[in-house]
Design a protein around this ligand. Structure first.
Ligand SMILES: Cc1cc2nc3c(=O)[nH]c(=O)nc-3n(C[C@H](O)[C@H](O)[C@H](O)COP(=O)(O)OP(=O)(O)OC[C@H]3O[C@@H](n4cnc5c(N)ncnc54)[C@H](O)[C@@H]3O)c2cc1C
Length: 594
């Protein structure tokens, strides 16, 4: 059973991602060490003791009857307990009842919820995204009516982008909106794959829906974002009539069976006298995509955290099994009979690989959250240049946090199955569930292929390429500190890290040049290997940063960092070659695809 790794999480937040320094500099308001420790400890208790035991109930799915979805046994009560603990409102603005805490804390607690149950925690992930989008773009009237309930979790939020012909590319979106005389709109159309589009956790569900107005320009410049509640809300906040929308299907899928993935129908006249689901525009007409991106950036980081979370759960389960299961005799085994499989070097490699990937991706994701907090805090102080620097850092790290972490989520969950041998393939151990759950995260919130394209074509070019160069220099400083320490415990860490960072530098330069020359297909051909290279090199540097912190109990962190550098970083040279020398053969092999 999952045990929240509160110490690892606190250490990474404070000493790797930069929370301690930010607290000491007074950049995180009144946040103190004690408060952080208390929040993490209580979240860890809730996640381990109350949430994780109910996760297997999700496997029975979420039946749909008469447009109502029933969530798994115990989950609705769990949700009430979870929001009563204030967990939904951590980062919400105090103006609407939120606790105003930094993103770093919400990301760290999200990790624990998602390790316990990804399927359960998805609901709040989307609500938090809706809160962000409304806070940034909605009118005061909409904020006054909806934000408090969404921040507390009394109502939940959804994100309605996808349609049968509009997935990664939203230009083909068909849902339409018509203006009413009173400033509201009527929404018509079908949305698919809507997470928690219908459920029994809350009295109301607030859908954020992308649709086109009749006179909208074609393409993405003609998309507007609408707030469309399941129940209309009266001026005093009480619930009114049922709005003209409903769920008419729940998908059968590979994993996250407890999370209802809904087909939503808007405006077909099932409810109300005049067909059309009533909604209100968020931000300006035709500027909906920009508003939705606020929501998606938040969601992308938190989906990245799902990768870290599921990998952590898989690691713990594999570690427990490897300590119990005896098979064969490992070299040097002095005990009676067969040795526990953890004594075999190959199983140690499996477990160490999982642990290193978790710590690397956790560090990247928390560093991304740190950048968001630093940007907000600098903006509040009116320091525009500092805010811009941190905004660029968050922009750079978001696709990596999303894609690298969710890829390693699948990788680690798969290794976890392997460590179990045949038992990994049998449902009762739960290892298979983690692998099935992990598989969605590289797909939704923008596939990992789309993240790689975003990283290469938009994020590298920030500030004319200076931001990425400065970031790599910061990572090189860590390698230089390891070299200066000159400690035998670190083995070849400094050398290996320097090589990996050179691979990253060369690949980055090559991609920037390809983009400048207009060799777009060549740049795109290398995008996915580049993303992995970025994640491995940056993640290993963060492992080294943690290993350099002297706490008196550093040997495990140093050993993991050295293992990663000497065993896993060899991959970066191969990835660099794929980026810089792989495009000709890739683009030339189209004829082989038949
Ligand atoms: C369980 C689940 C929950 C979901 N929840 C939600 C939700 O709550 N709200 C919502 O709106 N949507 C949701 N989605 C939809 C999800 O975000 C989309 O499935 C995803 O964006 C991919 O779109 P698609 O399925 O149409 O795939 P496609 O866009 O058809 O992509 C297929 C493949 O082609 C690649 N590809 C596509 N375009 C390009 C390109 N330009 N360049 C290179 N490669 C490309 C993709 O990377 C992918 O590998 C959910 C989906 C699932 C399965």
């Amino acid at each position: 059973m999952y045990r929240a790794p509160v110490d690892d999480i606190a250490f990474t937040l404070k000493h790797v991602a930069g929370m301690q320094e930010a607290m000491d500099a007074g950049q995180l308001g009144d946040l103190s060490d004690d408060l952080v420790d208390a929040i993490l400890a209580e979240a860890g208790r809730f996640a381990s003791e109350e949430m994780a035991p109910l996760a297997p109930n999700g496997e029975k799915g979420t039946p749909l009857k008469d447009a109502e979805v029933t969530t798994p046994e115990g989950w609705s009560e769990l949700y009430q307990n979870w929001i009563s603990g204030g967990w939904n409102s951590l980062t919400g603005t105090p103006e609407y009842g939120g606790q105003g805490l930094p993103t770093m804390l919400s990301v760290a607690t999200n990790e624990m919820w998602n390790s316990s149950s990804m399927a359960f925690s998805l609901c709040s992930l989307l609500t938090m995204g809706a809160v962000e989008a409304l806070s940034a773009h909605a009118s005061d009237d909409l904020k006054n009516l909806y934000l408090e309930k969404l921040i507390s979790g009394a109502w939940t939020g959804t994100m309605n982008l996808t349609e049968p012909a509009a997935g990664s590319d939203l230009t083909a979106l068909k849902a339409r909106a018509e203006r009413n005389d009173d400033g509201s709109y009527r929404i018509f159309g079908q949305k698919i794959y809507i997470t928690y589009g219908e459920h029994d956790f809350a009295d109301n569900i607030i859908h954020l829906v992308l649709a086109r107005l009749p006179d909208a320009p074609t393409g993405t410049k003609g998309i507007s974002l609408f707030l469309v509640p399941k129940f209309l809300v009266n001026g005093d906040g009480t619930l009114g009539a049922r709005n003209d929308l409903f769920c008419n299907g729940v998908e059968h899928k590979l994993g996250i069976h407890g999370s209802p993935t809904c087909t939503m129908i808007y405006g077909d006249g099932k409810f109300g006298e005049t067909p059309g689901a009533i909604g209100w525009v968020i931000g300006e007409e035709n500027r909906g995509l920009a508003c939705m991106f606020t929501m998606m950036n938040n969601a992308r980081l938190n989906v990245g955290i799902q990768g870290v979370a599921v990998a952590e759960a898989a690691y713990q389960q594999a570690l427990d099994y490897a300590q119990e299961r005896t098979q064969g005799r490992a070299p040097g085994w002095q005990g009676e009979g067969m040795s526990p499989i953890i004594e075999h070097p190959d199983i140690q490699r499996d477990l160490l690989t999982m642990k290193a990937l978790i710590q690397a991706s956790r560090s990247i994701a928390y560093s991304c959250a740190h950048a968001i907090d630093m940007a907000d805090s600098a903006a509040e102080r009116g320091e525009a240049d500092v805010a811009r620097h941190w905004r660029e850092r968050a922009n750079l790290l978001t696709p990596v946090a999303k894609a690298f972490s969710t890829d390693i989520g699948v990788q680690a969950a798969s290794i976890g199955v392997q460590v179990h041998g045949g038992m990994g393939f049998i449902e009762e151990t739960g290892a298979a569930r983690l692998l099935r759950d992990a598989r969605i995260a590289p797909i939704y919130e923008g596939t990992n292929g789309i993240q790689a394209i975003d990283l290469v074509t938009r994020k590298l070019a920030q500030s004319g390429g200076e931001h990425i160069t400065g970031y790599i220099d910061e990572l090189k400083d860590i390698a230089a500190r390891v070299a200066r320490k000159n400690s035998p415990e670190f083995g070849l860490t400094a050398d290996r890290l320097n090589s990996a960072l050179s691979d990253l530098t060369e690949s980055t330069g090559w991609l920037l040049q390809a983009l400048q020359d207009g060799r777009m297909a060549e740049a795109l051909a290398g995008a996915t290997p580049y993303q992995r290279l970025f994640g491995l090199a940056a993640g290993a540097a963060y492992l080294a940063k943690g290993a350099l912190v002297e706490t008196g109990d550093d040997s495990a962190r140093i050993a993991l960092c050295r293992f990663c550098a000497e065993n896993m970083l060899a991959e970066t040279a191969a990835l660099r070659d794929a980026v810089m020398h792989g495009s000709t053969s890739l683009l030339g092999a189209r004829a082989a695809l038949k």
